[in-house]
Design a protein around this ligand. Sequence first.
Ligand SMILES: Nc1ncnc2c1ncn2[C@@H]1O[C@H](COP(=O)(O)OP(=O)(O)O)[C@@H](O)[C@H]1O
Ligand SMILES: [Mg+2]
Length: 372
Amino acid sequence: MPSVIAELNQVLASLKDAVRTEDVFGIPAAGTSSDELRATIKKTFLRLSQLTDPDLYPGDADAKELATEAHALLQAFYEQALSKVQSGEYGRAPQRGAEANSAASIATTRRHYRIEKALAQGDLATVFEGVCEEGEGEAAKIVIKLVEDPADNDLMQNEARIIKLLHAGEGVQTKHLPVLMDDFRTDDGRIGLVMRRIDGYDLHSVREKYVKGIPPRHIIWLFRRLLSVLGYAHSQGILHGNVDPAHIMIRPSDHNVWLIDWTCSIYKPASTGQGFRILNEKYSAPEVAEKKPPLPSSDLFSAARCMVYALGGNPETAEMPAEVDERIQRFIRFFLKESPMQRAQDAWEMYGMLDDLRAEVYGPHEFIPFEM
Ligand SMILES: Nc1ncnc2c1ncn2[C@@H]1O[C@H](COP(=O)(O)OP(=O)(O)O)[C@@H](O)[C@H]1O
Ligand SMILES: [Mg+2]
């Protein structure tokens, strides 16, 4: 029997895959009256509502957050469904935009997407902002990650496989992971991944705003959530392999954190023999250049360098601004020991230690808004 969290994750995954309300509540048979339709929709809503009730998880803050997110999505789809039933639009075939057949449109066996503009340039791919033609409002917002050189297709496939594996596991940490919606291959043989658009900023954009570094207090939630998602990935035998400021995204409104770009991730290195796939000059641990076997602590090293960067310090020397509490500096430096055996090894253990440190330095938990 699936656990409650697995069930919750399943509901959330289907809500995140949905681009319009009919994806959640289904298409009615021809001739269904609006009363019948309302009743069917309500039944589904109540069933999903029970599964995503945040009150089911009183003692588990992370699970509660996950449920709250699922609940909010469900509620929004429900309201949209009712208003579409009211106006008679529910179940009608989606209208595709006039530019649907332009060069910027992509059709897969599942859906149609339209590229709107380039959003960012990654190491392998261009990331475009776009919409799903069948979608509505917020739910239609996507990004398309299109690899530049087909020689890197295998890394894109690696990312797709690992993201699926991570979402299939039983962890509340799925809220910190990118959501893969679709994939395709262009005529010239390049792989594209369609992902839900993350409503947030990567750490480089954060530093453009906070030129001297973020206020030190905010490092707590940032590092805490990063450790949480790393702990989860590591528990599944997955190493990220390229933790870098461009791959950490935050949403200021609720302090959610995402760890993205799993192209260079490594699966169960001890049994598969997979090695590091990339040397990140500024953020990789020393063992990467030495081509040693990948370890969870290699990710922790890179994560800590990113925290030094976020704080406005020098990632390569671990120097941090003087206003960063010495106890926090010491904690971060424990991740940055040259020898993997001497540094922090276990993300979840460090997550617990960071909680204690937060209490010691800042007292009881308090939500301080982060402005962008
Ligand atoms: N799902 C997403 N939502 C919003 N922005 C994204 C998303 N995925 C990637 N980005 C942006 O695109 C940049 C490059 O993405 P990344 O996955 O690192 O590509 P690459 O594999 O080519 O390095 C990221 O640093 C981030 O700013
Ligand atoms: Mg990248």
